[in-house]
Write a protein that binds this ligand. Structure first.
Ligand SMILES: NC(=O)c1ccc[n+]([C@@H]2O[C@H](COP(=O)([O-])OP(=O)(O)OC[C@H]3O[C@@H](n4cnc5c(N)ncnc54)[C@H](O)[C@@H]3O)[C@@H](O)[C@H]2O)c1
Length: 409
């Protein structure tokens, strides 16, 4: 990949718990490097906030308003937020369209929680370093209280160093005259290299979400090249397809998306996936009964979800980015925090469930139990149409696997 060790780094220094206690008492020492203020202990309660805030902005340039909150009852929440150990999150392709939307939301706490500080390690190609610098400047300017560290690099081992969660977005776009097979081989090679780097540098127990396409087969290549990483923690993103399907059903039935449950996307993130509403419910009722329109399901719903990416490109003139980033956030948030009995379509290596070929990153319905634990939804049945759809998508995943065989050690 020719990536070198060029990097940018912004150190965002935030107060320790002790600092915050001292702020509350109005005794923060001059070691904080103030911009002027009253001497220690001389401030009144309100002046103290102002004064301390003035000092803090001098020392911790991106410190937002948490210390102010210490005075208004929200203080304990603010303090507990700083009490958690920051988690290292690595993102590739961070200067791209999805990455731009994604990193802002991770830094704001939408992915790992509003009380979970993060250290972001952003990875780009060498030509991507300049726009990445701009993204980092914006992140700094957002003054997110939870962003405890920010690094940008083209060096993979540095970028994945100690990573607890990785979101792999960076991939080569399809060029003019490029066949899908050529794109697959080019991108699979990227994931081979990244797998090796994650294996070497990431934290034990790292979890990885692959977004870059072809996401399922890239996941297979990555895991094959990262033997020390638990392959069931290498996931291909299917959440965008699930969200798209839920949006379509909500529109069709005139309900809210939150009324729609148990939609399944089987198989691959591709035009051959099987968006299945046979088990879905709308406000607890069978979606098939509520919709009562099989022709709509087969001729409108399924092709629309399968080809939604192309529909967005033709409308917007650019591929889906904000919705992809949002789905990555949804995926990791639910994976980490759990969602009880809700079903999510997640592609991890098949163990042969539902008669799928073992080792393929075949999307199946799962329940997220929290802390990265998942449980397969078992016992679902297919009609003849469903069986046909399952066979078709499995065939595609086998062909993709065979096309990248040379990258599987
Ligand atoms: N799984 C899904 O649901 C889903 C949805 C939408 C898009 N995607 C895929 O996500 C990927 C990114 O889409 P985008 O719109 O952000 O594209 P983009 O071209 O705007 O951004 C990609 C970024 O990745 C960087 N990059 C390329 N190779 C890299 C590497 N080896 N290491 C690090 N960075 C690298 C590029 O420099 C660029 O900044 C594409 O493969 C796209 O097909 C997947």
């Amino acid at each position: 990949m020719g990536q070198t060790s060029r990097r940018y780094s912004v150190c965002l220094k935030f107060p320790t718990l002790t600092d915050l206690m001292r702020i509350r008492k109005g005794i923060l020492g001059s070691g904080c490097g103030g911009t002027g203020g009253k001497s220690e202990g001389s401030a009144t309660r309100n002046e103290g906030v102002e004064t301390m805030w003035g000092r803090l902005t001098g020392a911790m340039r991106v410190l937002p308003r948490q210390p102010v909150a210490l005075w208004n009852g929200a203080g304990m929440r603010a303090m507990s937020s700083f009490a958690k150990k920051p988690k290292v999150v690595s993102v590739t392709g961070a200067a791209g369209a999805i990455g731009y939307s994604l990193v802002i939301r991770i830094a704001s706490g939408e992915m790992l929680g509003k009380d979970q500080p993060v250290i972001l390690k952003l990875i780009e190609t060498e030509p991507g370093m300049k726009p990445l610098k701009g993204v980092m400047m914006e992140l700094q300017d957002c003054a997110f209280p939870l962003l405890h560290g920010l690094h940008g690099t083209a060096d993979l081992e540095e970028g994945f160093g100690d990573a607890e969660h990785c979101v792999l977005v960076g991939a080569r776009p399809r060029g003019p005259g490029m066949e899908r097979k050529d794109l697959m081989t080019a991108n699979a090679a990227i994931f081979e290299t990244q797998g090796k780097a994650i294996n070497k540098a990431a934290a034990k127990g790292v979890s990885v979400l692959v977004v870059g396409n072809p996401a399922n087969t890239n996941s297979l290549v990555l895991a094959a090249n990262a033997p020390d990483v638990d392959s069931s923690k290498v996931m291909a993103m299917m959440r965008l397809d699930q969200n798209r399907a839920m949006g379509q059903i909500a529109e069709k039935t005139g309900c809210l998306v939150s009324d729609v449950e148990k939609v399944v996307i089987w198989g691959n993130h591709s035009n051959n996936q099987y968006p299945d509403i046979h088990h879905a419910t709308v406000k607890g009722e069978s979606a098939m009964k509520v919709i009562n329109d099989e022709a709509w399901m087969k001729e409108t719903f399924i092709p629309r979800v399968q080809k939604r990416g192309a529909e967005i490109i033709s409308a917007r003139g650019a591929s889906s980015a904000a919705s992809a980033a949002s789905s990555a956030i949804d995926h990791f948030r639910d994976y980490v925090y759990g969602t009880g009995d809700m079903w999510h379509s997640i592609a991890i290596p098949s163990k042969g469930e539902y008669n799928t070929t073992p080792g393929l990153w075949f999307s199946l319905p799962r329940k997220c139990l929290g802390d990265g634990k998942m449980e397969l939804v078992e016992g679902l049945t297919f009609n003849a149409f469903g069986e046909e759809m399952m066979k078709k998508v499995e065939k595609e995943l086998i062909e993709e696997r065979d096309a990248v065989k040379h990258l599987l050690p």
